[in-house]
Design a binder for this molecule. Structure first.
Ligand SMILES: Cc1ncc(COP(=O)(O)O)c(C=O)c1O
Length: 375
């Protein structure tokens, strides 16, 4: 059987990885400044992470959500503490799209309404309502297009007010820092304005923190740079450092009912152990502070390169904007300099999403390699 060929591939075959280094089948080493789409948060094969998952596997890897699972309770407790979102409840699932799908569904259950407001260049996943709220015509099938979604420009308060005032909106979904789109951010005043208007209109504000969450922005969540509190927060990616896990944090005023949401695999023992290990390492190694500190150093180094028009993003969810399309540059970085980086919907933006424990040495190495390919 052939693989369903939907991914354009770089010709590299990783077989092992440690920290920021990925090694291929020929023994060649690559520096990973992309973490497989922002997934690697505490570094590849972090010893504490490996040990915790192995220990868990020796005990029990999986049982369904029909029985008590103390690891879920431990994860909810630790997550509440570290994220400062203790007035939320946790529902666990398996991916970012699934997290957003459940968030949107909860918003519709709670409000009884059906329309979603989302934003230009936003990305929320590839499932039913999540993909409909994603600003990309090409990945929406006719089935998805049946959903009621209004995609509005970021930072346009007037248009936002006009839409939400129509009274049929159940949810507003927004990334604090757009990942796939190219690192644009809502301004603090816009984010605060939409939070206020959501409250006034009985609309659920969903913070999609799938990419920007778990410390990557230099705060636990990206929205925390704007002093607002969303009703639902969706998480995945860095949450499991490669182990598939996602979830939503749902405000306590939204009440659960048995059978309302559900999943077979979500919140299984191994996934919870992986995510607990991530939280433990984030805390013990102070990686959120490191992400904030590395942002400053990265931006300082970027300012020395004249071809870089602008540095976008925060913490270690960053983009380098060039005045040319970066596809060739990315190829050269991977094949000539052995550096993994990412692209974005904005073809001029090179996305940088390293593990949160990188050091200034790694950043120096990145910019030396970049200078070489820009010569
Ligand atoms: C902000 C955001 N939301 C949702 C998703 C979808 O996550 P997943 O690919 O795990 O379904 C992504 C993936 O890139 C994302 O960046």
């Amino acid at each position: 059987m052939n693989l369903f060929d939907v991914y354009p591939l770089y010709h590299v075959t990783p077989v092992s990885a440690k920290g920021i280094i990925v090694t291929d089948d020929k023994g060649e080493e690559y520096h990973d400044f992309y973490g497989g789409h922002a997934v690697i948060s505490i570094g590849h094969s972090h010893p504490h992470y490996v040990k915790r998952i192995k220990n868990q596997l020796d005990k029990i890897g999986f049982y369904s959500n029909a029985v008590h699972n103390p690891l879920q309770v431990a994860l909810a407790t630790k997550l509440g503490q570290l994220s400062n979102c203790e007035n939320h409840q946790l529902f666990l699932c398996n991916s970012g799209a699934e997290a957003n799908e459940n968030a949107l569904k909860m918003a519709s259950f709670h409000t009884g309404k059906t329309r979603i407001i989302a934003f230009k260049n936003g990305f929320h996943g590839r499932t039913s309502a999540a993909v409909a709220a994603t600003d990309n015509e090409k990945i929406n099938s006719p089935l998805n297009k049946q959903q009621k979604v209004s995609i509005l420009p970021l930072n346009d308060s007037e248009q936002f007010k006009k839409e939400i005032d129509k009274g049929d909106v159940c949810a507003v979904i927004i990334e604090a820092i757009q990942g796939v789109g190219g690192l644009d951010q809502p301004s603090t005043s816009f984010y605060q304005e939409i939070a206020k208007l959501c409250k006034k209109n009985d609309v659920i504000l969903i913070a999609d923190e799938v990419q920007s969450g778990f410390g990557r922005s230099g705060a636990f969540f990206g929205f925390q740079h704007h002093q607002i509190q969303p009703d639902i927060i969706s998480i995945a990616k860095g949450m499991g450092n490669g182990f598939p896990i996602g979830g939503i944090l749902i405000h306590n005023r939204i009440k659960p009912k048995h059978g309302l949401l559900g999943t077979t695999f979500g919140g299984n023992h191994l996934a919870c152990a992986a995510s607990l290990a991530v939280l433990e390492v984030l805390e013990s190694e102070k990686l959120i502070d490191n992400a904030a500190a590395m942002e400053a150093y990265f931006k300082e180094k970027a300012s020395e390169i004249q071809q870089i028009k602008r540095v976008k993003g925060r913490g270690l969810i960053l983009g380098l904007e060039f005045d040319f399309e970066i596809a060739e540059l990315r190829k050269k970085l991977i094949y000539e300099q052995h550096l993994f980086t990412g692209g974005a919907k904005d073809k001029h933006v090179l996305r940088i999403l390293p593990a949160l424990n990188i050091t200034t040495k790694h950043i120096d190495l990145f910019f030396n390699a970049l200078k070489e390919v820009l010569k």
